[in-house]
Write a protein that binds this ligand. Structure first.
Ligand code: GLV
Ligand code: GLV
Length: 319
């Protein structure tokens, strides 16, 4: 059985995989595997290590008769039809836990950066436009002591909330089920979506599902406070981008910090690129060397266990 890896990863991981099977790697650090090549190379693969940019849908799964497992190099798996895979006895794995602190740290960074207008301020200096001190030059908004509404209180949301607690923030969250541990440990309050929208910082850390798709729309932004800041590190699909842009431009909210977009990478003519109050990062939530090493190692461990006919470490379970 062959193992297909759809993006370039360091040689040492490939060597480890080679102990278990023949390995084919798409030798490109920048471009995803073209769809037809992805399907073609998967036909005789037993295990495929995929990226978020690979669409594992019915068409793909129907084409790959030998496939035993799809191992996604991400915690999110909205690129995969997990239910259909499982119906066809194909295991899906993701990379939870190893990226939790790193991703929470990025969310917190994005909150500080937008609150204190860091990108704008650094640009002003770089462009030679720093004329001297003025009382309100680049004046932002405090984070300490403010309220934060966390949408999606999984492990990343909870790790983010811990950082908020250290800043003395009033923590609210909204999820389908209560997280009593977070309530006890962090004093977080479970609130409905409307109340969540009243926070100074509204932060989306949720995985994308049919229920949460486009939940941050015109109506949601309308209900936020005029000086609210919206942060999204979940998935771009949670947000109606036109509505977010309109809300920022109309001053219905103050700013936004986004690590994820509906379409990635961003298109050259995307209107967010001209809006100083919207900071866009290139989906780097888990991008530290330590964490990417750990994510890839977890994929390799899962692949080896599957090749041995054992239960993998981190299978995805659909509810
Ligand atoms: C990144 O977005 C991930 O899901 O790991
Ligand atoms: C997100 O909230 C996660 O931990 O998956």
């Amino acid at each position: 059985m062959k193992i297909l890896v759809t993006r370039q990863i360091p040689e040492r991981f490939i060597d480890e995989l080679k102990e278990a099977a023949e390995v084919v790697m798409h030798d490109d650090t920048l471009q995803p595997m073209p769809r037809d090549k992805f399907i073609e190379e998967s036909r005789d693969a037993g295990v495929v290590i995929t990226m978020m940019s690979d669409k594992v849908d019915r068409e793909y799964l129907d084409a790959c008769e030998n496939l035993k497992a799809v191992i996604n190099l991400a915690v999110g798996f909205d690129n995969i039809d997990v239910r259909y895979a499982n119906e066809n006895n194909i295991t899906v794995c993701n990379t939870p836990d190893v990226l939790t602190e790193t991703t929470a740290e990025l969310a917190f960074t994005l909150m500080l950066v937008t609150a204190r207008r860091i990108v704008e301020a650094a640009e002003l200096v770089q462009k030679g436009e720093w004329q001297g001190w003025e009382p309100y030059m680049m004046a932002g908004k405090d984070v300490a002591g403010k309220s934060v509404g966390i949408f999606g209180m999984g492990s990343i949301g909870t790790a983010f909330a811990r950082r908020c607690k250290a800043f003395g923030m009033d923590i609210m969250y909204n999820t389908r089920s209560r997280h009593e541990d977070a309530e006890r440990e962090l004093g977080a309050r479970h609130v409905d979506f409307s109340e969540l929208l009243q926070s100074d910082y509204v932060v989306c850390t949720a995985p994308l599902t049919e229920e949460t798709k486009e939940i941050f729309n015109k109506d949601a932004f309308n209900r936020m406070k005029g000086d609210a800041i919206f942060i999204n590190i979940g998935r771009g699909g949670h947000v109606v981008e036109e509505d977010l842009l309109a809300a920022v431009q109309a001053g219905e909210i103050a700013a936004a910090g986004l690590d994820v977009l509906r379409q990635e990478p961003i298109q050259d003519d995307h209107p967010f690129l001209d809006e100083k109050r919207i900071v866009v990062l290139p989906h780097i939530g888990s991008a530290t060397v330590e964490t990417r090493d750990a994510m890839i190692q977890l994929c390799v461990d899962n692949a080896k266990q599957i090749m041995k006919g054992e239960e993998p470490k981190t299978p995805v379970k659909v509810k």
